[in-house]
Design a protein around this ligand. Structure first.
Ligand code: MN
Length: 291
């Protein structure tokens, strides 16, 4: 299944060129709350969604042409977003890091940083680099604590395209990566049954029409299984949490007006814009101690 949010929070199942409105079928009646209808479905079912589509009767559901639907972030407010620092060797080399995820562990991004397809990444500073990092996003489907690598994929609901936007400055990662708009995800979640091996997916990221990043997730230092095993040894992963699996070489600065695209095999294509019109000088940020 490919599941998307559209038209102010409706839950849609991608069926050919259409979106079928399955809000009531999957999320149940009533307003789904700020985390959204897809999050509610994942949370209430603790599902890994294998074979879920077959049980759905779509005959009475409204259909909208996909081309006319206003897609939103499939999970507008995940429980938490876990990030993987330095999880490709070629990115470690380009940044001249001496350590990788094996020494650094994982970090957290604010869940308020999520935006959906077609929205703009808002650049905070005129004089500090803000870089794109194209990544595979993993959506947890079943509560995971002390899960072994061999059982890890049984805890995955699905996968999505993700951008881990990052300011290159001196602050902690959790600050530099948590500005509002810094975690575009989408255009939908592809359920795990359609991705037999998440560690074998081609990923491409493009900025301003030029390809900057091209990799296979086979090159991850901690693959998806190891990431879930390691992270769940630290913290409980809940249904609807998202893991940003790390970025390959080719990160670079974003400018006002850029279009950023992440495309992942078997998943889809996420495109967002860049708005630098509200950026201010780094030295004028609040809280700066005057000397
Ligand atoms: Mn990253």
């Amino acid at each position: 299944m490919r599941l998307a949010l559209f038209d102010k929070g409706r839950l849609g199942l991608v069926d050919g060129d259409d979106l079928v409105d399955v809000t009531e079928q999957l999320a149940g009646p009533g307003t789904p709350g700020p985390a959204g209808a897809l999050h509610r479905y994942i949370e209430t079912t603790e599902t890994t969604a294998r074979g879920g589509a077959a049980r759905l009767d779509l005959s009475g559901c409204a259909r909208v042409p996909l081309a006319e639907a206003a897609l939103e972030a499939p999970l507008p407010r995940p429980g938490k977003i876990v990030g993987a620092p330095v999880n490709y060797l070629d990115h470690q080399a380009e940044m001249e890091y001496t350590t990788s995820i094996a020494e650094l562990g994982v970090f957290l991004k604010a869940n308020s940083s999520v935006i959906g397809p077609g929205r703009d990444i808002v650049l905070p500073y005129t004089d500090k680099r803000t870089d794109q990092e194209g990544e595979l996003g993993v959506v947890i489907g079943r509560t995971a604590r002390h899960v072994g690598a061999d059982d890890a994929l049984d805890h995955v609901f699905g996968y999505t395209c993700l951008l881990d936007i990052t300011v290159r400055s001196g602050e902690d990662r959790s600050t530099r990566k948590s500005f509002d708009t810094f975690t575009p995800i989408g255009p939908w979640i592809v359920t795990a049954d359609e991705i037999p091996d998440p560690d074998r997916l081609d990923l491409r990221c493009e900025v301003g029409g030029a390809t900057r990043q091209r990799t296979s997730t086979a090159d991850l230092i901690f693959g998806v299984r190891e990431l879930i095993a390691y992270t769940s040894s630290v913290m409980t992963l809940h249904p609807g949490d998202v893991i940003a699996t790390g970025t390959p070489a080719g990160v670079g600065p974003l400018d006002h007006g850029d279009r950023v695209v992440v495309e992942i095999e078997r998943i889809g294509r996420l495109e967002v814009g860049v708005d630098g019109s509200r950026a201010t000088p780094y030295d004028q940020r609040p809280g700066r101690r005057s000397r």
